[in-house]
Design a protein around this ligand. Structure first.
Ligand SMILES: CC(=O)N[C@H]1[C@@H](OP(=O)(O)OP(=O)(O)OC[C@H]2O[C@@H](n3ccc(=O)[nH]c3=O)[C@H](O)[C@@H]2O)O[C@H](CO)[C@@H](O)[C@@H]1O[C@H](C)C(=O)N[C@@H](C)C(=O)N[C@H](CCC(=O)O)C(=O)O
Ligand SMILES: Nc1ncnc2c1ncn2[C@@H]1O[C@H](COP(=O)(O)OP(=O)(O)OP(=O)(O)O)[C@@H](O)[C@H]1O
Length: 488
């Protein structure tokens, strides 16, 4: 294909050479440079890849896309663009034949609930017999095939490549998590989602290499409503006005509290039976549906309502939507791994104090005999998290077992000591069991009838990182193994 055809959505200036070069690939990592590829030079957080121009030309590259007017060897075509990351996104869409336009696309953003909500949407669509592609923290998912990704929202080239694979696999729908960082880094430039969903926003991802401050974070997250046709916003979020003030899509609101929104959750019940722990509520407003969701928690009412709001536009059979919600499984997100008269064991990915606080608070809605919490904190990461999570556990759980969670290059005992420092200032009872496997077994072996045990922090993660080595470790497997060994 002629390079010129890939360029048709870009504003560019030819600095040198001809646009008639034949190219068959786009490369943005010099280590993958080869003859026939166009190399897109990008200024990153660690390196500026304009410095790799001599190396990529040596490897056979004859076309460069650059955002700096640096000298290039003779015989090489040099194209100047204002923003190379945006250019990479637009070139990639053209390179793969605009695959996103061949599916119904749903983009989901928000500080919390992205993964849960995308899984809900996927499960419901599949329950309606639709083929769905999904992208997010759990990777690129097509049917049962999961391809891990480095980022929640991968780089634009990988996105369009995945979209193409989805179209080839017969997917009619795409549901993906769109991080604020993806907007900042132009990973989704040029994509107009058919539907955009904003779950909520609270301070997060602020710091070096992420966002300067909350305003910047909110600005980039809000871009979803400038890059979708129909947008759905959570009106219970205190920032809803700020988020939607520049929206250019057709906007709808959902709520658990506010009256008069397009979609409303009514008659909310928290159900705890030995064979079903979850939520029941009625969707009212533009769409009516009584739903029963087999994952617990107040915030999952919001997540399920958000998912149903989006799906209400798609003319799907209501009984299949209900079926999908009742048979959900979201890997490591409020996942009920074991439930009997003896106890209910939940695995959840809450990995900061805000999430832990809302998790423990909402589990109280189920009136457990005792709320038991098993958690640790990561090594070589901010110590604040240890203090704030220790404080939350101490205040909100009846009993806490402090353990390991990716200690990395720190000693687990030192991390536990930091957590002890804050939990011991509360009235909460706790013990320390550094080995996470032992901690999980202890929590189940000592359960009292009616207890709820929340194994927190690792969710879907299938490893425990110690001294730079990742050992296989999955909370779900450990719970099931403990149940087997203890014969309960
Ligand atoms: C800060 C940030 O977002 N960095 C992302 C960015 O890396 P970068 O461009 O800054 O990296 P760099 O190493 O400086 O490289 C610059 C350029 O030189 C090229 N290069 C580099 C080395 C070399 O030898 N040759 C070469 O050509 C690189 O391919 C790149 O094009 O582009 C990479 C490719 O897309 C991303 O993987 C990387 O994400 C890093 C790993 C990251 O940690 N990102 C986090 C902040 C992130 O994006 N998080 C969000 C939010 C998650 C959530 O909400 O929970 C996410 O979507 O994952
Ligand atoms: N709507 C929500 N509001 C608040 N907390 C939530 C919500 N949904 C999920 N959570 C909590 O946050 C954790 C992460 O949820 P989820 O993975 O769905 O969110 P995410 O937006 O993908 O988060 P992350 O960016 O941290 O991966 C869950 O394990 C749960 O404890």
């Amino acid at each position: 294909m002629k390079f010129k055809e890939w360029l048709k959505d870009l504003n560019y200036e030819v600095l040198q050479g001809s646009l008639d070069e034949d190219v068959d690939e786009i490369v943005y990592d010099s280590r993958k440079a080869r003859e026939g590829a166009v190399f897109v030079c990008m200024k990153g957080t660690k390196v500026d890849s304009h410095e790799f121009i001599p190396a990529v030309v040596k490897a056979g590259v004859k076309v460069l896309v650059m955002e700096e007017k640096v000298p290039v060897p003779e015989g090489v075509t040099a194209i100047y663009v204002h923003n190379a990351r945006e250019a990479l996104a637009l070139l990639s869409a053209a390179r793969f034949g605009y695959p996103a336009e061949k599916m119904v696309t749903i983009g989901v953003t928000g500080t919390k609930g992205k993964t849960t909500t995308t899984h809900m949407i996927k499960t419901i669509l599949e329950s309606c017999g639709k083929k769905v592609g999904m992208i997010g923290t759990t990777g690129i998912v097509i049917g049962d095939v999961v391809t891990p990704t480095k980022n929640t929202t991968p780089e634009s080239y990988e996105l369009h490549e995945a979209f193409q694979t989805m179209v080839e696999a017969g997917c009619e729908y795409l549901v993906m998590e769109v991080s604020s960082q993806a907007y900042k880094m132009h990973r989704v430039a040029g994509i107009t989602f058919d539907y955009g969903l904003f779950t909520n926003i609270s301070p997060d991802h602020i710091g070096p290499d992420e966002h300067e401050d909350f305003d910047e974070y909110l600005y980039y997250k809000s871009r979803i409503f400038n890059t979708c046709k129909k947008g759905v916003m959570n009106k219970d979020d205190v920032h809803w006005e700020q988020v939607t003030k520049d929206a250019s899509c057709q906007l709808y609101f959902f709520s658990m509290d506010a009256e008069g929104t397009d979609f409303k959750a009514d008659n909310i019940h928290y159900v705890s039976q030995s064979d079903f722990v979850g939520i029941e509520f009625d969707v009212k407003g533009r769409y009516s549906l009584p739903v029963r969701v087999n994952i617990p928690g107040r915030f999952n009412v919001a997540n399920a309502l958000a998912a149903v709001s989006i799906l209400s536009f798609l003319d799907l059979p209501k009984d299949r939507i209900c079926h999908g919600l009742e048979h959900l499984s979201v890997n490591g997100r409020m996942e009920i791994v074991y439930s009997s008269e003896k106890c209910t064991v939940i695995v959840d990915y809450a990995h900061n104090a805000i999430s832990m606080e809302s998790l423990l608070t909402t589990l109280r809605d189920y009136n457990p005999k005792r709320l038991v919490c098993v958690f640790g904190c990561g090594g070589n990461r901010s110590k604040d998290r240890r203090y704030s999570m220790g404080d939350s556990a101490g205040r909100l759980a009846d009993f806490t077992i402090i353990t390991a969670d990716n200690s990395r290059f720190e000693k687990t005992e030192d991390i536990i000591a930091d957590i002890r420092g804050s939990i011991s200032k509360t009235a909460g009872k706790f013990i320390e069991i550094p080995d996470r496997r032992e901690a999980i077994r202890y929590s189940i072996a000592h359960a009292e009838p009616g207890d709820m045990i929340a194994i927190i922090g690792k969710g879907h993660e299938d490893y425990q990182e110690m001294n730079g080595v990742r050992h296989h470790f999955l909370d779900r497997e450990e719970v099931l193994e403990a149940v087997k060994i203890l014969n309960i």
